[in-house]
Design a protein around this ligand. Sequence first.
Ligand SMILES: Cc1cc2nc3c(=O)[nH]c(=O)nc-3n(C[C@H](O)[C@H](O)[C@H](O)COP(=O)(O)OP(=O)(O)OC[C@H]3O[C@@H](n4cnc5c(N)ncnc54)[C@H](O)[C@@H]3O)c2cc1C
Ligand code: FES
Length: 308
Amino acid sequence: MNSMNSLNSTHAMSPSASAGMQGQVQGHVQCQGHSPWQLQATRIAAIREEAPGVRTYSLTFAPRGPRPSFRFAAGQFNMVSLPGIGEAAISITSDPESLSGIAHTVHAVGSVTRALARLEVGDELLLRGPYGVPWPLADLRDRDLVLVAGGLGLASLLSAIAFCMTHRGDYGRITVLSGAKTPVYLLATNHHHRWRDHGIDVHCIVTDPDPRWRGPVGLVSMLLDSLTIDPDATSLLCCGPEPMMIAVAEQANARGIAREQIFVSIERLMGCASGLCGLCQLGPFFVCRDGPVFSYDRIARWLAVPHL
Ligand SMILES: Cc1cc2nc3c(=O)[nH]c(=O)nc-3n(C[C@H](O)[C@H](O)[C@H](O)COP(=O)(O)OP(=O)(O)OC[C@H]3O[C@@H](n4cnc5c(N)ncnc54)[C@H](O)[C@@H]3O)c2cc1C
Ligand code: FES
């Protein structure tokens, strides 16, 4: 039996069984009252241009209004669906506890995301979800948090930041380190003020500065280097390009943060998003079901295998 068949026979389960298992193991959220297979109609209530080719879509559930049955946890994603074109996995960027709808921040890179970029305020958008294992924020109470983002990787961390602001007293020091290629691709800079008002430190760095840039220049790992941390009390959450996440995780581990306290969010091409098709397989894991958030001690071995 090849490894795929073996995995399918061992791990394939219905979405509800999968949801139940994840719910027990991870304590994360699935929607009450509807199947995660079911396409849900949303309406685009607002669009914000974040950077060239990057837009944030604020969505309300049809009929217009709050989202009575849609619940998600920080770090989960939806499959955004454009009939006749396809589906793409997209992180949910809004506050998990807000009832005023949800948001997705999307970089137009391929068929689905470019078609999405042609939609306007008022258009309908279909999605299914939420899927995946979220950031383990409930398990990290009382700890210092360092959230490290590379480029659009911040999308997956925005909901975690919103959650931490609401529950600020449950956590120790919180630091956000955000890196991008150019200043214009530093996302959510309009939120920095609010984050700082909630006692969250924010540091940004770019690799290709423009003439107006006054901040540090280099890789986001440089910011981690210069941060004072108590390694025994610190957990690190990281999302960005894979080589960046490996570099940051190794550096954090070298500074004394245990691999079990380092969490990364992995991207793979998604099909079913429900642990059935195997498209997102990474070693023994299906990223859609066992991730996208993994502790580094579980996933490091498989990230180290080229082209896996
Ligand atoms: C759990 C998860 C969460 C994600 N969250 C987000 C999110 O919040 N926002 C978002 O924009 N994307 C997100 N992605 C990435 C998104 O699913 C992919 O970019 C997806 O392939 C886009 O679909 P598409 O049909 O537009 O592009 P495709 O037609 O599948 O890809 C077209 C081309 O784009 C290239 N490409 C794919 N992804 C990227 C990328 N990230 N950057 C540059 N080039 C790329 C491919 O190599 C290919 O050549 C997430 C992925 C996962 C697995
Ligand atoms: S198993 Fe189908 S996308 Fe993960």
